[in-house]
Design a protein around this ligand. Structure first.
Ligand code: PDD
Length: 281
């Protein structure tokens, strides 16, 4: 497998990450995951913009950074994806320097790493609904930054898996924030709700697409937080994210959601979910 490492396209086995890399030592870096449909990148500009915002938010200067497009396209040329469907992973860490909490001064060369791997389209007819387990959101207070320091998310995801679920749904003081790697939507009294895009959630690209599609379709939608007990009474719940697209939730903590099937709002949004040319680069 050919990967991108600091400006070069090399076999993955040849990547040598320094043990002093601040990504390795501190989780000091940012990342993006971009879906590839039919050989083209989905919402690339939005991902690029969010990456720049994340880098700015952690004081990571990117001198000479020309965006993801240029190298991502070349990386794609090194990969054979069945039907052209996959994901691009890209991370930038602050680089390798003897371990000190302070940023290296003067700044050092950041470490850039990217790879592309196959990911088939979900088969909506056969994909089981998501079983989720709820738990306290123990992550930091800057969840809008797409940081590679994901221990809080990893622990939440594993806890949900250990309980036999597919994903965790997190809450702070009863207020539902998001999943370990997804955003959460709920339908209550015919309205679609999701947590506002602030420091407590990642402003997911698919979250934004779903809000836009709901608005276009005339589905009432507000960016408003809801509680855990409201979530459990919602007529529909679904997750959004680059890897899952729109994934209906059929059970929460072992209790069935609605009638345990994909609900009408999720189904409508799934059919409107636009992998079309306006979103592809
Ligand atoms: N995760 N919330 C969190 C905490 C996430 O990590 C992600 C994505 C999302 C959904 O964002 P988007 O629609 O932009 O993918 C929400 C990526 C896919 C990951 O860590 O693999």
């Amino acid at each position: 497998m050919i990967v991108y490492w600091n400006g070069q396209f090399i076999p993955k086995e040849q990547v040598r990450v320094s043990p002093d890399d601040r990504g390795f030592l501190f989780g000091d870096g940012v990342y993006e995951v971009v879906r590839i449909y039919n050989g083209r990148f989905f919402e690339m500009e939005a991902h690029e913009q969010r990456l720049i915002e994340s880098a700015n938010a952690i004081g990571l200067a990117l001198p000479g950074f020309k965006g993801m497009g240029a190298f991502a396209q070349e990386l794609l040329g090194h990969q054979t994806l069945p039907d052209g469907n996959g994901v691009l992973y890209y991370q930038i860490s602050r680089g390798a320097a003897p371990r000190k909490h302070f940023f290296p001064d003067p700044p050092i060369q950041a470490s850039h790493y990217a790879y592309i791997q196959a990911l088939p389209l979900p088969d909506l007819a056969t994909r089981p609904g998501a079983a989720v387990h709820t738990g306290p959101d123990r992550r930091w207070a800057n969840c809008h930054i797409k940081s590679i320091a994901l221990l809080g998310s990893v622990l939440a995801a594993q806890e949900a898996k250990d309980k036999g679920g597919h994903e965790a749904i997190l809450h702070r003081d009863e207020r539902v924030t998001e999943g370990s790697h997804t955003n959460v939507f709920a339908v209550m009294n015919g309205s679609l709700l999701t947590h506002p895009a602030n420091q407590w959630v990642l402003n997911g690209i698919n979250r934004r697409v779903v809000i836009e599609l709901a608005k276009e379709a005339g589905i009432p939608c507000s960016e408003k937080a809801f509680t855990l007990s409201e979530l459990k009474q919602a007529s529909e719940v679904f997750l959004t994210g680059t890897t899952v697209e729109i994934w209906p939730v059929v059970s929460i903590d072992g209790m069935q959601v609605g009638d345990g099937q994909t609900g009408p709002v999720a189904r409508q949004l799934q059919s409107l979910f636009d992998r079309g040319k306006d979103r592809l680069a």
